[in-house]
Each structure stands twice: as C-alpha cells, then as structure tokens.
Design a protein around this ligand. Structure first.
Ligand code: NAD
Length: 512
C-alpha cells in the first residue's frame, strides 16, 4: 500500500502521536478521557487525543468572554485583516490540510483540497464583508430626527460540527463570526478530531503573529456531553449546529428555551428531477457525482432521482452502466472514484437501509454490499447501489448517509414536484430540463420547497457566495455567503433627536 506521505503531513500540521484536545489560541490542555482517531482509509491509528473535560470547559468560556471584550473594539475591517491572514495561511497549508481531511474522513483527495479551497474562498468573501456590515437608514416621522440601524457583535459563538465537512464548516462560521466581532468555541465531531486540531494550529499562528487574545479561537475536542454544555450555556449567544436532524431538534429546543440564537444545518433528502426534456448525458454525470461523491456522505448528496416515464428506462440502463465503471478504493489515489464510509457504524446503517428497502418492496438495479480483502482492511468500503422504490417507503423518507440512490418514476411535472417536496427534509433540489417553462415552474412558489434549487446542475457542490441551508427538518438556518453575516450580529435601531424639542411619537402630548 502506498504511503501518500501522511507522516510528513501530520508533522507539518503540528499533529503529534498524543494530542491535547482543549485549546484557547495556541495553548493546549485537557483533562478528559483519551480517544483514538482511526483512518477509514486503511484502518490505521492516526493519533491519540486527550479530550476536554468538564473542568476545561469553564476555563475556555471565561477566556473567550474576556477575549470578546477586546476583540469587539477592534474595527471590523481590521478584524477582516485577521481573516485575510487566515486565508493566506490556508493557502500555504492547503495540500497538507486537504490530505489530512481525506485521510481522517475518507473523502477523495480532490474533495479534501476542494474543502480547503472553500475555506480560503469564505475568508476572501468575509474580508470584503468586513467593510459592508451595514444597516438601513430610515426617515423619521418626527422633525429633526434621524433613524438608522446598526449591527453589533453577539459575543461567544459556539460551533458544533459534523464529521463530513471536518474543516470547511468551521471556516464558514468563524470567518463571518470573527469579522462580526465575535469570539468562537468549536466542538468538532469526535470522528474527525485531528482536522480540528490542525485548523486551530493554523489559526493560532495568526493570533500569535498579531499579538491577539488567545480566546478569540477555541476548540473543545470532546464527545456530545461537552456539546450539550455549549447548547445549555447562556453565556453562548449563538449556537451554530451542523449535524443530524435528531440531534438538531434537541439543540433547537434547548437553545430556544434560554432565548439564545441558533443556526441549524441538518439532514437533507435531495432529489434531481430528470425531465423528458433533459440532456441525458448531463443528467447521468450530475446524478452519479451527486450520489457517489464523498461516498454519499454529503448533506447535499443526491438520494432520489425522479425520472419522467419516457426516459426512465434509458436513464436506468445508463446509470447501471456508469456504476459498473466506478472504482472503489483508497481516496488518496486519484484513480479511485469512491472512498470509504466514515466508520463501521455507518457501514451497518448502510446495510440496514438496504435490508429495509428490500423489505418494503424496493428492487435493486445495482446491488450493494460491503467490500473486503486487500485494500479494504478498514471494513468501511461499500458498493454504491441503486434501487427502484416508491417515495412513500419509510426508508426513502429518511436520510441514510451512504451511497444508496433511489429511482422514482413520474408522468407530469406537477407530480414530480409533489414527490420531490414530499419528504420531511428541505435542503437541496434540482431539475434537469432544457424546457424554460419546466425550469421556471420548478423555481417558482409552486415549485421546490428546498433552500437550494438548481437547474441543469446536480444537488451537491454549493458555492460559498450564496446562502447555504434548507427548510423543514433541515432546520431553516443559513451559512456562508449573501447576507448571512446578519445571523452573527444583533440588530439595533437608533433614533437621534438633533433639535431642542422632544416631540413624542404617534403625536402623543405629554405636557408637564
Ligand atoms: P451528528 O448529529 O451525529 O453529530 C454532529 C455533532 O453534534 C457532533 O459534533 C456531535 O458530537 C454533536 N452532538 C451529538 N449529540 C449532541 C448533543 N446532545 N448536544 C450537543 N452536540 C451533540 O451528525 P454527524 O453524523 O456527524 O453528521 C452527519 C449529519 O450532518 C447528516 O445528517 C448530514 O446531513 C448533516 N449535515 C448537514 C449539513 C448542512 O449544512 N445542512 C452539513 C453537513 C452535515
């Protein structure tokens, strides 16, 4: 088995054999239990991490709160300069960080590098936004008065992330949170702790070089109990949560109970409608990439294809042929198309979903299965598979985080849109059509109910410039581009009277 230079990568990123999982800026400590990070690529132990314990938690929060007092006074464009420097560092570390993402999480090296590029892009974006944190100015109904809106920083922002985008989601949140004047505490997935330590090491260099407070960027590598503490803690003004709908539902109600703010980025159940007027070549590429990319472990992975009856058989046959050509193996080897699932638990869930699908009447066009033998020693490699189903099957209504693609037939576009919307989730959707009427109906108020709706591109691969997120059980949050920065600030309306009188609003008289 080729080595792919992992040892050197770990060294360059400051990952040791044993690491401490709590960090404020460049300072590391930890009082919790020790966990091990195994690569799903080859099953090998990458490194050990002593996790954050209860006693670390308060120290981190207090340091963060103190840092906030300092950081909020730095002018926003100067905070943008800090984020610009992070973007520069990420350019330097791109190859190493991309490789670590691939090795610890299992996505292809190209996707790992793509994830780091997204981090760089959001930094660039945030630098510009740091000069654009503007509100409206309104005309007052009272003479000699001026009204306007301002946005102020929130305070401590807690970021809880999923394993499948182990570095980009941190950057999506931090780049904006920081230009807005907040400090951040990150609770990464315990499945990808080393990616978090690597990011924190990179940011620590920036803080140190600028002589800034360490509490601006903190990390708590820990299990869900520490995540729960962040959720319940009223000192944490905003909790940005990316993960499953099951956990997100709890996060949502707990944060709301204490009147905190939350951003929820939860599960998807994304579909592509392939119309009778679709370009079939493009549809096949879009569908295969969307379904098997990152081994079906993107929140935007294509899970359902809703295909017009007139092209159904053609699409089915061509998909089966394309799946026959997929190479499954080490994701660091660019000859492979599909890497492993994150761990054996995920493999079990994949197998369980296939069983359930068959039990409900699903007919497999391409069979699944777990791979074993040479190069598959980690036990995490599975075959992407395709099943003909009904949208109403319980398993089809659920997000299974694995490369299982469901085919559904339709007659009219209205029916296709209804099927597309008839799931609890509402993240990403797409239509393949060259027919303007179909495309516009799909994008209209009567069309897709998702946060993302595309025409002639697949469901995955969003750009950072747009607001990213979804409706219904996907949680309603938005991250990344557009005016998403507003989520990271509190809004204030100001009225200034520049006269010597005090006229009251609504013409009320109050003579003394
Ligand atoms: P998960 O819900 O199991 O875990 C996510 C994070 O929540 C982890 O850091 C975990 O430690 C933490 N956590 C678990 N229980 C907690 C609790 N009680 N309190 C606080 N934190 C807790 O999700 P996962 O398996 O890591 O990721 C896969 C899921 O994430 C999928 O459903 C996927 O669709 C979703 N996801 C969504 C988006 C999006 O932008 N919509 C992006 C990536 C992933």
């Amino acid at each position: 088995v080729k080595d792919f230079g992992i040892e050197k990568t770990l060294k360059n990123l400051g990952i040791k054999e044993e690491n401490k999982g709590t960090s404020v800026g460049g300072k590391y400590f930890a009082s919790g239990k020790t966990i091990e990070s195994f690569s799903p690529v080859d099953g090998k132990l990458i490194a050990k991490i002593k996790t954050s314990g209860e006693s670390d938690y308060d120290k981190v929060i207090e340091t963060a709160q103190k840092a906030f007092q300092e950081f909020r006074s730095i002018p926003a464009p100067k905070r943008g300069e800090i984020v610009r420097q992070l973007g520069q560092k990420l350019r330097t570390y791109k190859d190493d960080l991309g490789k670590l993402v691939s090795y610890e999480m299992g996505k292809s090296l190209q996707e790992g590098l793509g994830e780091v590029q997204e981090m760089i892009d959001i930094c660039d974006f945030a630098v510009g936004v740091s000069r654009q944190l503007h509100g409206y100015t309104m005309h007052s109904e009272r003479p000699g008065h001026r009204m306007y809106e301002q946005y102020h920083p929130l305070g401590v922002v807690g970021i809880i992330t999923a394993f499948n985008f182990p570095v980009a989601v941190w950057a999506w949140n931090t780049a904006l949170a920081w230009i807005c004047g907040n400090v951040t505490i990150w609770k990464p997935s315990e499945k990808t702790p080393l990616c978090a330590i690597a990011c924190q090491n990179i940011m620590s260099e920036v803080l140190k070089e600028n002589n800034l407070a360490e509490g601006i960027s903190s990390v708590l590598v820990a299990d869900h109990e520490i995540g729960q503490k962040l959720v319940d803690d009223k000192r944490v003004s905003l909790v940005s949560f990316t993960g499953s709908t099951r956990v997100g539902r709890m996060v949502s109600s707990k944060v709301a109970e204490r009147f905190g703010k939350s951003i929820l980025e939860l599960g998807g159940n994304n579909a592509i409608i392939i119309s009778k007027d679709a370009d079939i070549d493009m549809s096949i590429i879009g569908a295969v990439f969307g379904a098997v990319g990152t081994a079906g472990q993107r929140c935007t992975s294509t899970r359902r294809l809703i295909i017009h009856e007139s092209v159904y058989n053609e699409v089915k046959t061509r998909l089966a042929k394309a799946y026959g050509q997929l190479k499954i193996g080490n994701p660091l080897d660019e000859n492979n198309h599909v890497g492993p699932l994150i761990d054996v638990d995920a493999v079990n869930q994949y197998e369980e979903a296939i069983k359930k699908c068959k039990k409900e009447g699903g007919k497999f066009v391409v069979e699944g299965g777990v791979l074993s033998g040479k190069e598959y020693e980690s036990g995490c490699y599975v075959k992407p598979c395709i099943a003909e189903v009904k949208n109403s099957y319980e398993i089809v209504q659920h997000e299974t985080f694995a490369p299982i693609l469901y085919l559904i037939k339709y007659k009219t576009l209205e029916e296709a849109i209804a099927i597309q919307n008839d799931v609890p989730q509402g993240l990403s959707s797409a239509i393949m059509t060259q027919n303007l009427r179909e495309a516009e109906l799909f994008l209209s108020h009567a069309g897709s109910d998702c946060g993302i709706a595309n025409v002639n591109i697949g469901t995955s691969g969003a750009e950072i410039g747009g607001a990213f997120g979804g409706e219904k059980e996907t949680g309603g949050g938005r991250e990344s581009g557009s005016d998403v920065w507003k989520y990271y600030m509190r809004r204030q309306t100001n009225t200034i009277n520049y006269t010597a009188q005090l006229p009251l609003a609504q013409g009320i008289k109050f003579d003394l």
